[in-house]
Ligand binder design. Structure first.
Ligand code: AN0
Ligand code: CP
Length: 312
């Protein structure tokens, strides 16, 4: 594996989960592996978990992380080919990626979708331009259509907390006041499709994720029916995919409550809006895995960095 930009880059999810658990049990075992190697982390968008856990993962491997908020702090980057650059962008990705590649052994990028231009978002222009023009491996820290570090984390967390051979996992849409990306939902779907779980998705009409992602996974528009006998309820808001980037529904009947999920474990990637997406009683209960889930971000990132360091 040269780059890690999608859940599709995971060749064997069970062996990856096993290795991540070994890293979690002994996080400093490979402290020499990344000695004198630099991880460059470029953020086009906000972050708390990804920014800190990925640095922590690099430090656990003996790497030196360097971090930049690209939006605002760097020159505006042009991604268009052949553009006459007399507008707001001052530097082309061809130079920017080549330059950063000289300072860094691995480049990690966070670049959210526009949610207004479906074609542009589907083309993953920012992430793919780094892959194309950087001379070193590239890691996605959430791109327009995927959040593979989160999806790997979620697979690890489900595996750690399973008491059954084949647990029932439900991905439920929940309301939100802002139009959010599909990336977390997409990567979670792809991760669960690789695992030995009974997996269903529930969302209102008009909110189906891309068919190219959901494939044959059942989609129920009745949340109550979907939650029946669930062992894990993973919640995330996303904007409409078909009516691209639009908010069609903020129905509070979709908010996650203790009553609805019963004994199921609750998962969310965070950040989460309390009492909009999920009520306090769920987050403040023993059923919530969200803090441990965020902890596992470090070990997922560390596994990905380790594999790239070993293979390049
Ligand atoms: C982002 C999203 O929904 O993709 C990041 C989640 C990790 N969330 C928000 O913008 C609130
Ligand atoms: N879950 C997640 O990626 O969180 P941040 O946006 O804070 O990095």
């Amino acid at each position: 594996m040269k780059h890690y930009t999608s859940i599709n880059d995971i060749d064997n999810i069970n062996s990856w989960i096993k290795e991540a658990k070994e890293i979690k049990a002994n996080p400093l075992k490979n402290i020499e592996l990344g000695k004198n190697k630099t991880l460059g982390m470029l953020f086009f968008n906000s972050s708390l978990r990804t920014r800190l856990s990925t640095q922590k993962a690099a430090l656990n491997l003996g790497m030196n992380p360097i971090v930049m908020n690209v939006s605002g702090d760097a020159w505006g980057i042009e991604f268009g080919d052949g553009t006459v650059m007399n507008g707001n962008t001052a530097e082309h990705i061809k130079e920017a990626a080549a330059v950063v590649s000289q300072y860094c052994d691995i480049i990690a990028v966070r670049a959210f979708p526009t949610l207004t231009d479906k074609e542009k978002d589907q083309s993953e222009q920012v992430l793919n331009s780094f892959v194309k023009f950087a001379s070193v491996p590239v890691i996605s820290m959430e791109s327009a259509t995927g959040h593979p570090l989160q999806g790997l984390t979620d697979a690890i967390t489900v595996s750690e907390n399973s008491t059954k051979k084949k647990p029932k996992v439900v991905l439920s849409w929940a309301p939100h006041i802002k139009a959010l990306p599909h990336a977390v939902g997409n990567s979670f779907v792809q991760a669960m499709q690789k695992m030995d779980v009974e997996f269903v998705i529930t969302n209102p009409e008009g909110y189906n994720l891309s068919k190219e992602i959901t494939k044959d996974t059942p989609i129920l528009h009745n949340q109550k029916e979907a939650f029946k006998d669930a062992d894990f309820v993973y919640t995330k808001n996303w904007s409409s995919y078909d009516d691209y980037g639009k908010i069609l529904n903020t129905d509070p009947n979709w908010t996650i409550t203790k009553e609805k999920i019963g004994n199921a474990k609750f998962m969310h990637c965070l950040p989460v809006r309390r009492n909009v997406v999920v009520e306090d009683a769920v987050l403040d209960s023993d059923s919530s895995l969200v803090i441990e889930q965020a902890n596992n971000r470090t070990f997922a990132a560390q596994l990905v960095l380790k594999k790239i360091l070993e293979n390049n």
